[in-house]
Design a protein around this ligand. Sequence first.
Ligand SMILES: Cc1cc2nc3c(=O)[nH]c(=O)nc-3n(C[C@H](O)[C@H](O)[C@H](O)COP(=O)(O)O)c2cc1C
Length: 366
Amino acid sequence: MSFNTFGHVFRVTTWGESHGPALGCTVDGCPPNVSLDETAIQYWLDRRKPGQNKYTTQRREADQVRILSGVFEGRTTGTPIQLMIENTDQRSKDYGEIAETFRPGHADITYWQKYGIRDYRGGGRSSARETAARVAAGGVARAALAALAPGVTITGYMTRMGAHGIDGPRDMDEIGRNPFWVPSAAAAETWAAYLDELRKSGNSCGAEIEVSASGVPAGLGAPVYGKLDTDLAAACMSINAVKGVEIGEGMDAARLTGEDNADEIRLGNDGAPVYGSNHAGGILGGISTGQDVVVRFAVKPTSSILKPRASITKSGQPTEVVTKGRHDPCVGIRAVPVGEAMVACVILDHLLLDRAQTGGQRGTIG
Ligand SMILES: Cc1cc2nc3c(=O)[nH]c(=O)nc-3n(C[C@H](O)[C@H](O)[C@H](O)COP(=O)(O)O)c2cc1C
């Protein structure tokens, strides 16, 4: 029984805790001869690492990745790839007080009820430190995608921070220019003021993140239990603090008519189908259409806040929790590279599954 592994062919097992000596992952099933080194993986880890600006936790971790196996002379060998990231800035004393207390909104109470033992330091296994391992695995997936499906690009961005969405058109060039990965300079300004205010008042907010994968070939995914959307939803839902996942129109599809929702199809000049819209989020019947695959997920507000919250101790006494220590005022910001990594892993996994089942064979149109 394994609860720490995901993927069918491209299989990722993560390990480690927030305040242990190190964390990491084992990536099994990566094709051989993919060009890969630590620098390539580090590029993606640097986008997630904490302490980069005042809007993320001030825990200082270099998140330096080491490849321990599976790569020889800059190429994957087809054997398990072991990646390790050392924890260097643990401050376990920040968590001494909560050894006996269950923090509201955290996994403290459920881990205790289930296992009767928990590493309470920094949330232990439930800490978002674990997501560094996902991003490292995503770096491997991206390297493999670059080799096998070079047209695929995967971009994550925030579309909501708490009370604020994006007014006006999206400008994708803005994503890398602000601390929120938001495709709008105007929204970045509004969000900064909003988050400053929340931070000062000791509060936090939730977020909505969208990940768009373009260049995904038609034909990835399978009926019925192997749907591409099923695996994308599971992968994104497994990220800490994620409470909702949508594909394409998602929940809003319930409000549309069939006429509004069904994406019209015509034959393009190059003989490939062209869709008039993308309400389906690039997936029909669990199989990619060739349009952008669009996944959206909602992240709950950071639970560790300075505002007092009622709780109970392990012995059942009522208490009040005020969380000091270092925290993200909006978890969603650092969840963007994590969402991208999960989507990269799932798309590569389905590319490999498709190669195994169909060998790339396709029905023709026209
Ligand atoms: C990138 C990232 C950073 C996070 N940082 C924090 C944090 O600083 N403080 C906090 O209370 N929760 C943080 N979380 C959320 C907790 O890890 C999560 O809420 C907790 O483990 C309980 O799990 P659940 O929300 O999935 O039920 C973060 C999550 C992610 C994905």
